[in-house]
Ligand binder design. Structure first.
Ligand SMILES: Cc1ncc(COP(=O)(O)O)c(C=O)c1O
Length: 457
């Protein structure tokens, strides 16, 4: 438990943060509310410790990031070695063994045909570059009018201007930044719990995917550069689509010459029980974007991973080469750390652990749905789950902002030693190194917290 002396450490840090640290996505004035800004200083495996010495389970792997778990000295050693030997060279003019090694390693673990790897520093940059790659792919082939992107309402793809333009998640404020990228079109996403077309699977025969064709035809196929979507959308509530959904998107892209981009920034590197989320659906995209689990957060890095058929459109002279370069692209330290991280995922069979323990977690969460009147559905695959919270299971009515259910639950989880996010959904995505007993502990904490909340409302 927190003592008075130690809690003043947190207060001191929070006061200093409030003065000068612009905390992402939080209101400055509320930072000093009890429990609003835990100050974390150490991690090991699935656990994090705050400056009071309190231990928490990292129930969200940071932000779906820490695949290989916290506190890996091995990764620290790799970073130190690479920094001491060579910390930086320009990726415009030179390559390093670590960049080449990471590209080779990714070629071995990605779906067949995905063969070329463009390294950036974050998920947003990967999205940005993938959109540009899709546009220049068409341009190089003489198809110069294809500038439009299609993404799905309810999706999240990042914060830089292009990524922000393809976003259409409710919680992301687009309005202050408008006008956004011209030609960024949005179509309904897949949501089998609250279907925008009020249909039911399988009778609907994935109408939500089939109807995208109407939009393509309306806009004219020769203006569409790409369709971008997460294989299993986190922002849209961990909806796991039927295989036919992605097969339909693949068919539409093939029929109309559109580049299909699978955003694997969250799904990639074992999160869904496969190396990549798209492998759950039996198709191969043209481009894939990754970040987060690529380095487990030990260094910032992302990548666009390209199918040979896309990369080939960039063969030729100066005019054909991909017209982009980033000072910190293919960073030697980031690529060295990411390479070892991918080797750890492979060596410790973390993808398989995600698949096996994900199935177990899913079974335990089905019990949570049965036991709790405010939990409507457990959705997920691998170690990538969400519980949908509703006021009324029969009508599917959600709680309103005044109920403050998400914040109250977040605090209840924290006080029991579990860090995760709760809003209208409770997200459960622990590091892939978790064991069976720890999965059980997470579910116990969720159960107890829900029971307490239900007693209050
Ligand atoms: C699916 C998806 N794509 C892209 C991004 C952007 O990644 P980053 O925050 O590293 O820029 C995110 C971030 O959460 C994401 O969830």
């Amino acid at each position: 438990m927190t003592t008075e002396a130690t809690s003043s450490r947190t207060q001191d840090y929070v006061a200093r943060a409030q003065k000068h640290l612009w905390v992402h996505n939080k209101q400055e004035a509320t930072l000093d509310r009890e429990g609003e800004l835990p100050i974390l200083e150490r991690g090991e495996g699935i656990y994090l410790w705050d400056v009071e010495g309190r231990r928490y389970i990292d129930g969200l792997s940071g932000l779906w990031v820490t695949a290989a778990g916290h506190g890996r000295e091995e990764l620290g050693e790799v970073a130190k070695e690479q920094m001491s030997q060579l910390q930086y060279v320009s990726s415009f003019d030179f390559a390093t063994p670590s960049g080449i090694g990471l590209a080779e390693k990714l070629a071995a673990v990605t779906p067949d045909g995905i063969e070329r790897f463009y390294f950036v520093n974050s998920g947003s940059e990967a999205i940005e570059m993938a959109i540009k790659m899709a546009k220049q792919y068409h341009f190089n082939r003489g198809d110069k009018k294809r500038y439009k992107t299609i993404s799905r309402i309810g999706s999240y793809h990042g914060q830089t201007a292009g990524a922000l333009s393809v976003n259409a998640a409710n919680y992301t404020s687009r309005v202050p930044f408008e006008p956004l990228m011209p030609g960024a079109l949005h179509v309904p996403g897949i949501n089998c719990y609250r279907c925008p077309f009020e249909k039911t699977y399988p009778e609907c025969d994935v109408f939500c995917a089939r109807t995208i064709e109407d939009r393509i035809l309306f806009e004219k196929p020769e203006t569409i550069a790409c369709i971008i979507a997460e294989p299993i959308s986190n922002a849209n509530g961990n909806q796991v689509p039927p295989q036919k959904y992605w097969q339909t998107l693949r068919d539409l892209c093939d029929r109309y010459g559109i580049i299909l981009i699978a955003d694997e920034v969250i799904n990639g590197f074992g999160r869904t029980g496969k190396w990549f989320g798209i492998e759950n659906f039996g198709i191969t995209p043209d481009l894939m974007t990754v970040a987060k689990g690529l380095s487990s957060g030990y260094m910032p890095i992302g990548a666009v991973m390209a199918h040979r058929r896309v990369a080939d459109a960039f063969l030729g002279g100066k005019d054909e080469q991909f017209s982009s370069g980033l000072t910190f692209g293919t960073h030697p330290v980031s690529t060295a750390v990411a390479l070892r991280n991918v080797e750890i995922i492979e060596r410790e069979r973390l993808v398989e652990n995600s698949e096996t323990l994900g199935r177990h977690l899913g079974e335990l969460l089905s019990g949570v749905v049965e036991r709790h009147p405010i939990i409507a559905e457990a959705r997920g695959i691998g170690l990538y789950w969400a519980l949908e919270i509703v006021k009324d299971k029969a009508t599917r009515e959600p709680f309103g902002p005044a109920d403050d259910v998400g914040a109250r639950l977040t605090q209840k989880f924290r006080s029991r030693g579990l860090l995760t996010r709760a809003g209208n959904l409770i997200y459960i995505a622990p590091p892939l190194v978790i064991n069976r007993e720890e999965v059980g502990t997470i579910v116990e904490i969720i159960d107890e917290s829900l029971t307490e909340l239900e007693g209050e409302i």
